[in-house]
Design a protein around this ligand. Sequence first.
Ligand code: ADP
Length: 441
Amino acid sequence: MSKDYTRLLIVLLIAYIVGLIVGHVFAILFLATLGCLIWQQQKLLQLLEWIRDPDKVEPPETPGVFDELSREIDRYRKRYKKRKKKLSGYLQQFQMATSALPDATVVLDDDDRIQWANRAAVQLLNIHWPQDQHQRITNLIRSPRLIDFLQNSDQEQGQTIEIKSSLDAEVYLSLRIVPYGKKQRLFVARDVTRIQRLVEIRKDFVANVSHELRTPLTVMRGYLDTLLQNREQLPEQWQPSVKAMSDQTNRMENVVNDLLMITRLEELGKVDTNEIVVVPEMVGRIHEEAVALSGDKRHLFEISIDPDLGLRGRNAEIYSAFSNLVFNAVRYTPDGGLIRIRWYADEAGAHFQVSDNGIGIQAKDIPRLTERFYRADQSRSREHGGSGLGLSIVKHVLLRHRAKLHIESVVEQGSTFRCDFPKDVMTSISSDKKEHSGQRI
Ligand code: ADP
């Protein structure tokens, strides 16, 4: 800086002396100042051009502020280049790693448009990057389930869906969406054909075995019923054995029927129906059957139902789910216990709730109760002839009606099972009746 001041002072001093000699001090000083300004302006312009195009233009090399400025800019430029090189190295490594992934990975923006895709996306989804950049993913994979998934899925929860590949109908893909950054989403597709095949084999096996068992069981049941009807003709020592055989045949029939029901429920998708379930009436029937099941145990029932609240769904399935919960409450509550049944609606939707003050369930067992054949209380379940499939049926029925099962329980104090239905399957019974009678007229 001091160099610039010294230079300016020297120029002005020389101009002053020349001015004294020629007798025009102010005019010469003015000309010298103007010259300095023009020179500075030129240096500034040179600096600007050099910043814009460092390969073609030389920086101003005059010692002082311009020299320092160009050196400082040069230093920043080199540092920026180094950082850029490092970042593009990282980016290249990341892209190489994700390209090597066997799962198709696609980066989507908040409008579901493709920003980037790896190599596996070509084989699994027929998405080519960069050719398909900025295309909407739903234009390339035309699946209504995918559109629904992108719009409605609980993506934070890591939900997945399985769809058939549009490239090969034999290939099953599991799709998952991972939100990240500012409204960006990672769309991951995995080939699950082998797992899906194993699931199919398991389903077919269970369905076939259950089906094959049905006929011999019916024959056995027929003979055992005849024997029991003519009990008095049987030798006395055989009577308990025939009774035990009949009970066990009953149990096997229950297991086979429940397994067949689960297999059927698994095959069906979400319920799509206009069938109205008149829940208050249904609860009345279930209550009567529960009283019969309770028999000498004389449980106390407390029922609170919204008389106008109905559901859109399958009557037989809802009956099966609700009765399973109520009958379980009867089976797992000691004599004289209290069973509360509630059917109500609130902001979140409609709820069917069964509470008891029975034996309760340990916290570790609760998450596993809806698994097939899982029993928290082995001996009691077998004692009452339970198949261990009741809650599994409840889970499948609710899944088909887009409802969820919520379980709370404390050992020795009791349990609460609640089915939460979304608002759009709720319906008003009186208005539905009016609608139907209106149509008839
Ligand atoms: P199960 O035929 O054995 O009753 P479920 O699938 O209906 O089969 O129930 C699974 C298990 O959950 C039962 O074996 C029992 O241990 C437990 N359970 C279900 N309902 C209740 C309840 N209300 N109170 C206590 N335990 C229950």
